[in-house]
Design a protein around this ligand. Structure first.
Ligand code: ISE
Length: 340
């Protein structure tokens, strides 16, 4: 590692945490993962050895260490709050994978702690905001190049899920991405949520209703439908069609060569989210490093994490109670309106 590199500690290295270590140490610029922590000590030590960093059994001790400048939290969701809070307590920049915390109340506690500390430190890992295609859509919508956006038709299709993925996870684990990225695309908050089911696929296991459709309306009246179909069996497919007054816009897919074979012409599409959004992850973490070194948070804030969970909760209530639910969030504090 070179002088002036941000010294990053990663807590939770079992899944995406490990890929963040790899991209920071082997692909990106300006930072180095110098320590990691994991609840599974044997596994954590093996990752530390692979990447040449120090291993801590205790994530809180790693966050407190003097030679750690910034933190990535990639543990299981219920542990996010405690590590994000620790980072705030030590005044360190912290990137937390989505969701900021499973419950809106926990997100609100993080928001309060950050405000009390007087400095924005928290970024939430909503990586779709860093995808080139969504950024093109955002620009066209922001500039009203094609008039006002009126309707959005979206789809979130996974090739398959394991038995631990149940009906609520379609909103809380998958469509939480649409909840964040569409609010950012349209630059406005939601008013209502509703969730309805399609006919159940034979491939969906007993605790999963699949597919589902989440319907959101924004405060200005844009109507959004998002299909979650997580047992397609064959593809990872993300769609976002924006119906504007003067044109219909569609999220571009990553470019893949067109192949003509067996009297069929076409191109491959991804079968997994980690490859579909790999570039978005790289840009997201690079921009986080650059902003932390410049003393800023540029990405999705703790407030965005809170709004995401308030919306997910409303959608879950709507699904369980089979009704349209109003989304009632607190007013955005001044703190999040200013650049800090
Ligand atoms: C997973 O947790 C993710 O975050 C992926 O981006 C999403 O597409 C998938 O549906 C989730 O299970």
């Amino acid at each position: 590692m070179g002088l002036n590199e941000l010294r990053v500690g990663v807590v939770g290295v079992g899944a995406i945490g490990r890929t963040h270590i790899d991209r920071i140490n082997n692909k990106l610029q300006g930072a180095y993962v110098t320590a990691c922590a994991d609840i599974n000590a044997e596994f954590g030590k093996s990752i530390a050895k692979t990447y040449g960093c120090k291993f801590y059994e205790d994530g809180a001790a790693m966050i407190a260490a003097d030679d750690i400048d910034a933190v990535i939290v990639a543990t299981l969701d219920p542990y996010h709050e405690q590590y994000v809070m620790k980072a705030i307590q030590h005044g360190k920049y912290v990137f937390c994978e989505k969701p900021l915390a499973p419950e809106a109340d926990a997100c609100r506690r993080i928001v309060e702690a950050e405000i009390a500390g007087g400095k924005k430190l928290v970024q939430v890992g909503f990586m779709r905001r860093y995808d080139g295609g969504y950024r093109q859509l955002k620009k066209a919508i922001a500039e009203r190049t094609y008039g006002e956006p009126l309707l959005l038709h979206c789809a979130h299709r996974n090739p398959g899920v394991d038995e631990s993925y149940d009906t609520p996870m379609a909103v809380e684990n998958s469509m939480i991405h649409e909840i964040d990225v569409l609010r950012w695309l349209l630059n406005e908050d939601y008013a209502t949520a509703e969730v309805v089911f399609g006919k159940k696929s034979r491939k969906a296991h007993k605790n999963l209703m699949d597919p589902q459709v989440m319907i959101l309306t924004t405060k200005s009246g844009v109507r959004i439908d998002v299909e979650a179909f997580v047992t397609t069996g064959h593809c990872y497919d993300i769609k976002c069609e924006v119906v504007c007054e003067d044109a219909i816009l569609n999220l571009p897919e990553p470019a893949n060569i067109e192949v003509c074979i067996n009297a069929t012409r076409g191109h491959a599409i991804d079968s997994d989210w980690s490859t579909r959004f790999v570039e978005a992850y790289n840009v997201e973490i690079q921009e986080w490093i650059d902003a932390a070194k410049a003393g800023r948070v540029d990405g999705p804030t703790a407030w965005d994490g809170y709004i995401g969970q308030v919306t997910a909760k409303a959608a879950s209530t709507a699904r369980d109670e089979k009704r349209v639910v109003a989304i009632e969030a607190d007013e955005m504090p001044e703190f999040y309106k200013e650049k800090r």
